[in-house]
Write a protein that binds this ligand. Structure first.
Ligand SMILES: [Zn+2]
Length: 213
């Protein structure tokens, strides 16, 4: 049997110092590029082109669009939100919408997580507006994550899985369809099975850690 497929490989293009919007001070960064390869027996053979690039803060592990390198907090009105934070919000909402209904408990948990992790606080009204927007787009979580995955590092992917599990468990239980969806999310982000199992085992702990390190 011939096993072939494609896989994204991440490499560092450049590194230096930048003003990290999340740390709000100068930190070391790595500018990373993801190249998609054709793989044969899991060995990357032929580069198929760029899948994306991002800037990773070596301190908080946040990932940002490359324009962040031009960011000067004194001059700029723009704020840069880290890519995983955006993806985390979006995928939690998709997770919440997966069963076709949104209850208040779920909304509350999502808002709590956003404001615990987030660096831009959100109100319940902003959240429900955002939910409406995501709902009207109607994109499945797998499709969304596949698109966004090249701008995320391992840290970002883990945060997204952890948050999705928290949303899934908001109603007090974690059922098989939710487990299946989490599996789909991990697959869309090209995470290995053992990586996912490790995260889920960590979360099965009575005191789940949502630390950023
Ligand atoms: Zn940082």
């Amino acid at each position: 049997m011939i096993i072939f497929g494609t896989r994204g490989i991440t490499s560092t293009v450049k590194q230096g110092q930048f003003c990290c919007p999340q740390c709000a001070t100068d930190k070391n960064y790595k500018h990373k590029k993801v190249t998609r390869f054709f793989t044969l027996y899991f060995i990357p053979l032929i580069p198929l082109g760029s899948a994306g690039e991002y800037v990773e803060c070596q301190s908080c592990k946040g990932t940002f669009v490359t324009r962040v390198l031009e960011y000067n907090p004194k001059l700029s009105q723009n704020s840069f939100q880290s890519e995983y934070e955006k993806a985390m919000r979006h995928s939690m909402i998709l997770m919440m919408l997966a069963d076709g209904e949104i209850d208040d408990k779920e909304l509350e948990i999502v808002l709590q997580i956003i404001n615990k992790f987030g660096h831009n606080d959100m109100t319940m009204t902003e959240l429900t507006d955002y939910v409406d927007k995501v709902q009207s787009e109607g994109e499945p979580v797998g499709t969304y994550l596949k698109k966004i995955a090249p701008s995320l590092n391992e840290h970002g992917k883990e945060v997204i899985i952890k948050c999705a599990v928290a949303v899934a468990g908001a109603d007090g239980h974690f059922d098989d369809s939710e487990k299946l969806l989490i599996g789909e999310m991990a697959q869309a982000m090209e995470m290995s099975n053992s990586h996912l199992k490790g995260i889920l085992a960590e979360l099965a702990n009575p005191e789940p850690s949502f630390s950023e390190n």
